[in-house]
Design a protein around this ligand. Sequence first.
Ligand code: GZL
Length: 332
Amino acid sequence: MKKILLAGLCLLALLVPALTACNSGGNGSGTPSENTEGLIVIGFSQVGAESDWRLANTKSMRETFTEANGYKLILKDAQGKLENQITAIREFIAQKVDYIVFAPISEEGWEDVLTEARKAGIPVVIVDRMIKTSDDSLYTCWVGSDFHKEGDTAVAWMEATFQDKADLKIVHLQGSIGSSAQIGRTDGLGAGADRNAGWDVIYRATGDFTQVKGKEVMEYVLKQFDRIDVLYCENDNMAFGAMEAMDMAKRTYGINGDTQIISFDATRAGLDATIKGKITYNVECNPLHGPRVEAIIKQLEKGETPDKLAYVEEVAFDAATITQEVIDARMY
Ligand code: GZL
């Protein structure tokens, strides 16, 4: 009898998780699956996987919000589409997650879905980029970079470095149009061009923060312009694509070349290009937001009130002074 009973209990033990698993989220009931018992459920809508920066950002979130740390992370990759982010946030609302976290692909278009999240009583933490809204009660708090400061840092370096040049022919490779990162970095260059009469932005286009599009745009540019003094590139991956195009066109760049490349993100690959003198100046944009978002959620869990806006400290790297020790000491 005992053996039969034990066998029965073992069989039941095997069945229960399987049944639970079958019901986990698949029943459309809108409740997180039972296997999140005791875990804080985080719905995270990520822009996509367009750049090294984005991959490092996603990695930071995954490494922070683990079940071992007490979280269930539901990560949705929007593949670069605003409508996918809005759909994901609606799914998180239906699943009654504990927190909604998202990196907004663009600044516009969030009022309706964030109003729905507020009605559902789900705190929203915005990470990385920002949204444009007149009602900041639509989100609990934000953590990310000061993109205008990043642009200003790059332009201050340009003004110091090129102060003796009568004129400067500049090509501007923009990030995804409408994203805070693009807006801030573009505004920085715009203000610099307004202040420096000799600066001439001879061409401006978006490379959408990707290497493929950065190369495509630069292939076109190189056919139009023989002289490019500066390539102001709003992230490393577009700079890598532009370098590919310049290599193919046998155009020189970097500290000993005709075109000085200014980039943003300072990813590991970007800093490797900087210490090699291929990128002349690289402005950091720190992607390690996982621990920062967790600190906010821990405060909220304790009933505390985190700062509404939290800017991350960032630096910049000059090919003339960067060292391998500095690069090796970095976390990404
Ligand atoms: C910046 C981030 C930008 C990076 C790009 O915080 O939003 O998006 O600069 C990334 O590399 O694609």
